[in-house]
Design a protein around this ligand. Sequence first.
Ligand code: PAF
Length: 249
Amino acid sequence: MTVLVPTMGALHKGHQALIKRARSMSKEVVVSIFINPLQFENIDDLEKYPRTPEKDIAIATLAGATEVWMPDYEEIYPGEIKKLSAGALGQIFEGQARPEHFDGMLTVVNRLFEIVKPTAAVFGEKDFQQLAIIKAMKSNVEIIAVPTVREFDGLALSSRNVRLTEQGRKTANVIHRALAAARLAPTVAIAQEIIDTTLATEAGFKRDYAAIIDEDSFEIASNETRHKRGIIAGWIDGVRLIDNMKMGG
Ligand code: PAF
């Protein structure tokens, strides 16, 4: 059985956790590295996306990859592109801020599945909305979710973190602080207030959204919602950061 770990490179400990999980399931682990232009709405973001192929091969192999596959554009998109739609879930939160992003993401994941034909594929919970959209895609690939790996101060690992300035890096843990402080709040309203007040302590954080949602429907949660999740996105130093955390005991 083949387990696929789709990535865009710039591998870090978060990816290592995905690869290790894949390896715990199978002796055949393919790590794909492809920076998918279809999921970038901003050419600057695409150009600035870190590219570290040699380091990536070393990290992936050490973590247990048996194949590191770096396809080129033509291999993924020969001829006309069969674009997939992420539907309504692709239009809210991250999708509202980044139109086309989830359609592009889903299109490439579908292509990777078509080419590699894995039995299972592993994704991080850090991109929670992405994970939900992939799970909703009709496919016979089993989708495995792995919890977010964090820095010492709680900042979720991301390939984008390297673009933060020294000051921005210090500011960035406000996202995790806000989520962690709200996690055990007795009501949704209080949790939301804690998140709002905590985020407002850092002028360097330009909030995009911060909400407590129903994990399954992505609708705004009420006190009765069984599975709640706090989701936050915003900008620091022109770098977009996102994070999420399960709310409740
Ligand atoms: O999460 C990512 O790195 C990308 O969105 C993915 C799933 C590899 C598709 O390009």
